[in-house]
Design a protein around this ligand. Sequence first.
Ligand code: ADP
Ligand code: MG
Length: 479
Amino acid sequence: MEYRPTIGLEVHAELKTRTKMFCDSANDPDEARPNINICPVCLAHPGTLPVINRAAVLHILRMGTAIGGKIADFTEFDRKSYFYPDIPKGYQISQYEYPLITGGELAGVAITRIHLEEDTARSIHLPAQAGADGKSLVDFNRAGIPLMELVTEPVIHDAATAGRFARELQLLLRTLGAGEANLEKGEMRIEANISVSKEEGVFGTKVEVKNINSFRSVERAIAFEINRQIELIESGGNVVQATRGWDETKQSTFHQRFKEGSADYRYFPEPDLPKLYLSDIPEFAHDALRASLPELPWERRARYAERYALKENDVAYIGATAERAEFFDAVTEALDNSKELVALAANYIVSDLGGIYAKKDSEDYASLDPKMFAKLIRLVSAGDVSSRGAKDTLMHLVEKGGDPRVIAQEQGLMQVHDTTVLTEAIRVVLAEENKAVEEYRAGKEAALQYLVGKSMKATRGAGNPTVLKELIVKELSLK
Ligand code: ADP
Ligand code: MG
């Protein structure tokens, strides 16, 4: 029997709020100067008291509602004790027994719980050669920023599913306005618990992998760790429960430390904060929360599939980021929701625009006017611009903006429908291409294609090839 991998994810995400989790220092992830957004509370001065940030609680409750989790009637915060220079209280305020949310499901993965805690400060370890003697510095701007922790059940069995889940979670956080969740910026941090087992229904010993900084690394780290564990067991070794780090350069995991049990953290209820009886708070009632949600990523995808009959791949591509989806929605509106035009627009967004952005390695929907994009789609649909001409017009639109009709006219990309104009151009071509004309008359099909190509060139792409072909045949049959 083959080894069956099992994966459970633990995800931390910084929440977007005006102030920090337990004080009124600003929550500003863009603050580059160290130790600006600080106060006695998040610096853990003795005698200071925390106050719960209502907006952070609301983010978690909306998240929980979105994934169909159960909202706690009763919840409290706990102290999780550990010493670290970036955690000056000597404990982190987190949640243990009574998380805000239990259960739910996202991207087919069962959720165990979602709770709220505070972020730590940021340690910066200077290398010795920086003239700083290898000192460590601490920046407290991040200390006390509200942090969501989401834990999944061990129900994932391959790296791709874990990657899909993580992407969907980022999209959901962004859709809800709960966080930016950039992995590269550490706004979302994914820890993967991985085990392998040959025995049906029995889990192997799990290893936790940290320091994963991109979605691609989520998949690679998991794949690497699955292989490492299988090879270890096959060579007669045992997997030891431990925390390992992901080394991006070496593309491998390495041992960091053996795991502490939860008993070591000495969890106990935070005495400085009130207990929360959530069902007593009208704003947190289920109906109110549900009503506050925007269209969720999967609802949006279902709408695209049902309303516009888009292909599954197109739905997945357009629905993958809020920027794409919002752009697409604006385009559909500008196209009056015409199913035919929207299908054409989806095609151009996925293939042509997607291609342009892929080449640039960045997407910039914000500076592309959806009305102008829609106008281009109408020009294509009416046959006023060829698909070739549309590509050039679109490139121009992305680079410089403007009106697609004006662009196409200026660049000579408009299709000419006037057959007398086209016929005139064809006559010039035929007069010059005696050899091809003779070959055509002798029954050589390729000669006709050649003449169409020459005529397209002569009309600078303005002639529709099908129309040109018809006109050439007609013209030659007259002689
Ligand atoms: P711990 O007490 O070590 O923190 P938990 O039971 O809280 O372990 O689980 C932490 C994470 O590890 C969860 O995401 C869970 O789904 C996952 N997990 C638990 N057991 C396994 C296993 N055997 N293999 C893979 N993942 C696991
Ligand atoms: Mg745990």
